[in-house]
Design a protein around this ligand. Structure first.
Ligand code: ADP
Ligand code: MG
Length: 238
């Protein structure tokens, strides 16, 4: 259901080519990390997969379906951003149920789903709070809850931990991996942090200046870097 495939994807903003002929295959159930320096095109590529940005060229397939011309809501994906993007005037329960209410799901079903997801994320006691009454880690969990309630086949994460301190970061990192396995989803995870990429990724795609510099398992990239760029970026001794 959740395989993601990009075929010759390019994106220009005006005369500036930001994504250049990118092809990536992500297997169903795989945890794929996109890593690269700031400005290498990670967020743009993720937004193209989400449908928030239109590719200038190429095709995007999700779950075997050509979604290139489909709206975000037709793509069976959910996105978690670094800035949480919670509605400040809504409680945790209202934030998490927003998409389901929009889809006019029955109230009982919504409440049951929210209670279930809240339990998975340890948010049961916080459902009536507003975002401003939560810690950074709790807000990040609500943002994940909002994505999870929609049962997407594919999770897209854009540097979801960069607003958290080091200790929380390693905790939430583990939680995201757990959730990925427990929910049986495919994940595409953007970061510029090598440690995060090497510990979380089953597949790691290194982006440089809008192109795929190298893709492989963490071990492959570490042991057999194709270039000095990959070696120095991943931190291997080559
Ligand atoms: P990353 O997430 O890896 O830091 P981005 O995908 O945000 O990189 O940006 C890649 C490049 O595309 C940058 O040079 C950025 O300035 C440019 N860019 C991103 N969005 C736009 C836009 N809407 N208009 C013009 N240029 C953009
Ligand atoms: Mg970015």
């Amino acid at each position: 259901m959740g395989a993601v495939s990009l075929r010759g994807v390019s994106k220009s903003f005006g005369v500036v080519d930001v994504i250049k002929d990118v092809s990536i295959d992500i297997a169903e159930g795989e945890f794929c990390v996109l890593i690269g320096p700031s400005g290498s095109g990670k967020s743009t590529l993720l937004r193209i997969i989400a449908g928030l940005e239109t590719a200038s060229d190429g095709e995007i397939h999700i779950g075997g379906r050509d979604v290139t011309d489909l709206e975000p809501k037709q793509r069976d994906i959910a996105m978690v951003f670094q800035s949480y993007a919670l509605y400040p005037q809504m409680t945790v329960r209202e934030n998490m149920s927003f998409a389901l209410r929009l889809a006019r799901r029955p109230k009982d079903e919504i409440n049951q789903k929210i209670d279930q997801v809240a339990q998975v994320l340890g948010l049961e006691k916080l459902l009536d709070r507003l975002p401003k009454e939560l810690s950074g880690g709790q807000r990040q969990r609500v943002a994940m809850g909002r994505a999870i309630v929609r049962n997407p086949a594919v999770f897209l994460f854009d540097e979801p931990l960069s607003n958290l301190d080091a200790k929380l970061r390693s905790q939430v990192r583990g939680e995201i991996r757990d959730l990925h396995h427990r929910l049986n989803t495919t994940s595409v995870y953007v970061t510029h942090d090598q440690v995060e990429a090497m510990t979380m990724g089953q597949k790691v795609v290194v982006l440089r200046d809008g192109r795929v510099e190298q893709a492989g398992t963490p071990l492959e990239l570490y042991d057999l870097p194709d270039s000095i760029f990959v070696a120095s970026f991943i931190g291997s001794p080559a």
